[in-house]
Design a protein around this ligand. Structure first.
Ligand SMILES: [Zn+2]
Length: 484
């Protein structure tokens, strides 16, 4: 992290003591030489560090964060973006604070800023399982126990910084608000930012995060930071990060990330998401992306016959006549689709739709079924239910994945075209009462078949997975059926 205010303090002090060398990210004033002027930079609890998920220790004391003021619209006067010559800093003047999250007491938001690379391969300061992200945001909070920054910098828990990775994906409307004026900002310049709630800059999942004790990542490298690094990245577009990189044209700010530092025996802790969290099962099902504004379409894959074909189980249930009368005769996976990037394999399915009259069929270009599943198959909801169409047989073990897949607006329009041919539209049943049923959620363990490692490296699930993987994913489901 970079502490903007500190530089002012240093400058004032330096007038009275001795002129201090400017630091930079390369050459003779680069990170290898920071300690010459700022001795703390060579101490033993420095940041950033490499985070290895498999080695992180699950800690039950790490609970949910409580974000105060983060959902309020920040008014124009409250957000100013500033080019300080090292990074883009956004000053926040307001009563925003965090609590919980295993922190001792309340920490008030001071500012936030970014670290990025000249290419997509590097840019974040923290590494996750050997990989960097193109950009990392640091939200710097100061404990309310100290009124003055100087005191907080002397306290090993004086600051709480939230680190948020950004990966390349869809454009981020609120990130855009910040970078809109960047090209106009010379060093020392600042501009107002269009108002938005700060929570919009956080990842949807704030329940899974890493924790360790570290330092500022820029001189004076004070060892006063309780670090939180969220596992889920936010998305920004290639065009947006290019806008950030344009800053190098103005003020030579680029590749402004410090190399990772040794842990020197420090442990990194990870929060295990509990079954009952602020992101309750019901809410997540209704709103899996955490963004109420996104239109949702449901796409349901009925995979039970596939599972039955692979694993021999209770034939009395799977017999064509009987399985609908078994309470666990079917296992249905529900996959939400939200509007986003076009989905190449969904396209294969809908390509011929416009030619299909009622009763017609068409062949689909072959592809691995796993391509239709979300990248994260570790977080899902489970309840016992029914077919959602007549005869409404109560024979379904329902699984609803929390992470949606993405299809484009054009693609869903192609699906809707079916209404022109056969009057199929709005083909969803209204939600039914739970009548006392409970919805269960899977806890993602640190080590699973789809370990966190893979999920972290491949959070978007873009990589093609072999068909066999599908059955591994279905194993718990099959086990549930077999139990019957
Ligand atoms: Zn930083």
């Amino acid at each position: 992290m970079h502490f903007g205010n500190m530089k002012l303090v240093i400058l004032l002090v330096s007038l009275a003591v001795v002129a201090r060398a400017e630091w930079s990210y390369s050459g003779a004033s680069g990170p290898d030489f920071w300690a010459l002027e700022y001795p703390a930079c060579s101490k033993a609890r420095q940041s950033p560090v490499q985070i290895m998920h498999e080695e992180a220790i699950a800690d039950d004391d790490l609970n949910s964060f409580r974000f105060h003021g983060y959902d309020d619209i920040q008014t124009l006067d409250n957000l100013t973006v500033w080019n300080d010559g090292y990074t883009v800093t956004v000053r926040v003047h307001g009563d925003l604070a965090i609590e919980g999250g295993g922190l001792e007491g309340m920490y008030a938001l001071q500012h936030f800023h970014f670290h990025w690379g000249s290419t997509d391969r590097f840019g974040s300061e923290h590494f996750l399982d050997g990989e960097a992200y193109p950009l990392e945001m640091h939200l710097v909070h100061k404990t309310v126990r100290h009124r003055k920054i100087a005191a907080a910098l002397e306290d090993p828990k004086g600051l709480a910084v939230l680190g948020v990775f950004a990966k390349i994906g869809r454009p981020h409307p609120y990130f855009q608000a910040i970078i809109d004026n960047l090209r106009l900002l010379d060093i020392g310049d600042y501009a107002n930012v269009r108002p938005f709630p700060m929570s919009e800059l956080l990842p949807g999942n704030r329940e899974t995060y890493y924790r360790y004790n570290g330092s500022l990542t820029t001189p004076p490298c004070s060892e006063s930071v309780v670090w939180t690094v969220f596992r889920e990245p936010i998305e920004i577009s290639e065009e947006q990060i290019e806008q950030v990189r344009m800053l190098s044209k103005i003020s030579n700010v680029t590749d402004n990330y410090r190399p990772i530092q040794s842990l020197n025996g420090r442990r990194i802790f990870v929060r295990n998401q509990p079954a009952t969290s602020v992101y309750g099962a019901k809410e997540s099902i209704n709103n899996p992306s955490g963004d109420a504004a996104l239109p949702l379409a449901s796409l349901f894959l009925i995979l039970a016959p596939l599972v039955a074909a692979v694993l021999k189980f209770n034939y009395t249930c799977m017999d064509g006549r009987w399985f609908l009368t078994c309470s666990k005769g079917l296992a249905v996976l529900g996959v939400f689709a939200k509007i986003g990037r076009p989905h190449p394999y969904f396209q294969a399915i809908i390509d011929n739709l416009r030619l299909l009259d009622i009763g017609d069929y068409a062949n689909v270009r072959p592809f691995p079924m796993s391509e239709l599943l979300p990248g994260n198959r570790e977080t899902y909801y489970r309840y016992n239910g029914s077919l959602t169409t007549p005869p409404c047989s109560e024979s379904v073990v329902w699984t609803v994945f929390r992470e949606p897949i993405e299809i484009s607006e054009e693609q869903i329009e192609q699906v809707r075209m079916l209404s022109k041919i056969s009057n199929v539209t709005d083909n969803y049943r209204p939600i039914q009462s739970l009548n006392g049923r409970r919805i269960f959620v899977r806890n993602q363990p640190a080590t699973s078949v789809y370990g966190a490692k893979e999920s972290i490296n491949n959070p978007s699930g873009d990589a093609a997975l072999p068909l066999a993987s599908l059955f591994l994913i279905l194993a718990p489901l099959v086990a549930a059926v077999l139990k019957y």
